[in-house]
Design a protein around this ligand. Structure first.
Ligand code: GDP
Ligand code: CA
Length: 316
């Protein structure tokens, strides 16, 4: 079994590559739910949805999130009712069906793990998707604004403020009492290969590793764990990962990523553009594997997956 620790876009691309070369029924993704939010009474799970829609081949290519062939009538009505106050977080008409279903099932008493399996089944995903937890863990961001430091929800930062404000701290509300989702720790214990996907280390992989013993379980399987750097030549391909790393005292480079993942993974795939830093990665205590890591399409993703899955076990 292959277990992938996943955020949104980078992980979805990695998983698409993995299922192109491995049997999807052998793949389990443990997905970040720290970005989850309640909007207009609906439970939204952005990373679970990005992974689901991408693996279903239905991700919206124009936005990079949400469903393909989307319409936006409900949002237009919401904006009209609220004179534009509501509707800053875009939810397409088709996508709303997912959120209505998830919220209804949670209200009926189903767990997020159960609903996620139902949604994955509807889209015919062969991969098993496990939320990192059925408990609420909420990623909170402290940002510097004109009035001083302010703690806001992740979507207020990411979407509401277009992640272009300075971050001074990231907090995971509820993390102390959150347990890993059912089966998550067992899957990690039994995996033949664990992949830390190229997702935002601070707000996507960080919450997964911080939840209910997941980090300790992965560290325990370090020899079987391979990470892929989301940072290429000092930059994130998309989003604030590079700025966030720097703001929180990490180096925004493959070396910074190496230092973060060395306790958890025995190998780190870094991009060819970072080949010159392989020695520093090694010195951080993690074996560098240099390969093309930009998954611009399915072929590139499959090629990267091949590198990741073939990486020899450090000791085994
Ligand atoms: P989000 O939840 O949708 O923001 O996505 P993630 O948590 O997966 O984080 C986005 C990160 O994925 C960024 O840091 C990107 O640099 C990284 N990423 C996206 N696509 C790729 C890719 O093709 N290759 C690599 N190496 N990283 C990627
Ligand atoms: Ca995310």
């Amino acid at each position: 079994m292959i277990v992938a620790l996943a955020g949104g876009v980078g992980a979805a691309r990695m998983l698409r590559g993995i299922v192109a070369i491995a049997n999807p029924s052998e793949v389990t993704a443990v997905v970040n739910t720290g970005d989850d939010t309640v909007m207009h009474g609906l439970h939204i799970s952005p990373d679970l949805d990005t992974v689901t829609y991408t693996l279903a081949g239905k991700i919206n290519p124009e936005t990079g999130w949400g469903l393909v062939d989307e319409t936006w009538s409900a949002m237009a009505e919401l904006r009209a009712y609220s004179q534009g106050r509501m509707g800053w977080f875009n939810l397409g008409d088709r996508d709303l069906g997912t959120h209505l279903y998830r919220t209804s099932r949670l209200t009926e008493g189903a767990t997020l793990t159960e609903v996620t399996a139902e949604i994955a089944a509807r889209w015919g995903l062969g991969v098993r998707l496990l939320p990192m937890s059925d408990d609420r863990v909420e990623t909170r961001v402290v940002v510097m604004e004109a009035g001083g430091a302010q703690e806001i929800g992740f979507q207020d930062y990411f979407v509401g403020r277009h992640h272009d404000v300075a971050v001074t701290e990231v907090r995971l509300a509820g993390i102390e009492s959150a347990s890993a989702g059912p089966d998550v720790l067992d899957c990690i214990d039994q995996a033949d290969r664990i992949v830390i996907c190229p997702s935002n280390p601070i707000v996507s992989i960080g919450p997964v590793l911080a939840t209910g013993g997941i980090g300790a379980a992965v560290a325990n399987r370090r020899d079987f764990t391979v990470a892929v750097s989301p940072i290429i030549a000092g930059k994130a391909l998309k989003g604030p990962a590079d700025r966030m790393l720097a703001a929180l005292g990490h180096e925004a480079s493959v070396v910074g990523v190496a230092r973060m993942w060395a306790p958890f993974a025995s190998a780190l795939v870094i991009d060819e553009l970072d080949a010159g830093r392989a020695g520093e990665v090694e010195a951080a205590g993690i074996r560098p594997i240099v390969a093309p890591t930009v998954m611009s399409g399915p072929d590139e993703a499959a090629a990267l997956a091949r590198v990741v899955l073939r990486a020899r076990h450090e000791t085994a």
